[in-house]
Design a protein. Sequence first.
Length: 254
Amino acid sequence: MANRESTVGSKWVKTKVLLLNKELSEFVPETRIYSQTNLLHMLKKHTMVYVKPINGSFGQGVIRVEKNDKYRFQSGKVSRSFRTFLDLYTALNKAKLNRPYLVQQGIHLLTHQNRIFDTRIMVQKSPKKTWEATGYIGRVAHPNKIVTNFHNSGKPLPLELLLGSYLKKQEKHDYINSLRHLGYKIATHYQKSYPGFKEIGVDIGIDKKLKPWVLEVNTAPDPFIFNQLKDKKMFFKVLHYARVNGRFLSIKRK
């Protein structure tokens, strides 16, 4: 049994919790602890991977690594290429900070105007103490960056807009509901290991076949990203539930 705190920082711990559930594990990209052997294995298998700090937020420190005709990695807006894996690995170790990292299977995400996007699903305990998927929003990456986080130059947009090129109206509605239900199932599963927490933000990437992938689970999600939407209904609900759950009580709504 994992410890019972209401927030969990380690991406590795959170990934292992998801893998305990056979149904949910199908939506989890293959993930390993970063090492030379694991990086080489994952690149041979997937050709594109993400190297992520085990403890980190806002997409900081995330590096995309690819193996095509050459080896490449991109960190922030800087991209570099290498002739051999050893050259890549040496440079990568200099680029990343001196802390533990993961290697995660890369997902080729859907795009909007040639920029990748993913979605944040907010799941919270309601005033009646039941789980509810209260919010969803798309996050589009900066044109020259590999992460979609709002605090890392990502642009929040309505998910309906971003899926408009891929799904028709009723299909889109049903698909978004399926993502919300996936978030709900993750929350109810997480509570078995972490009964203390009352909110999660699930970051879901969608591949070219419209399969959802759980990129990360945040146990202290930021409700204020929903304030970026023109329609404030979702934001007001998310913030209300956050306050019911004991967060942001000193912040006045303007």
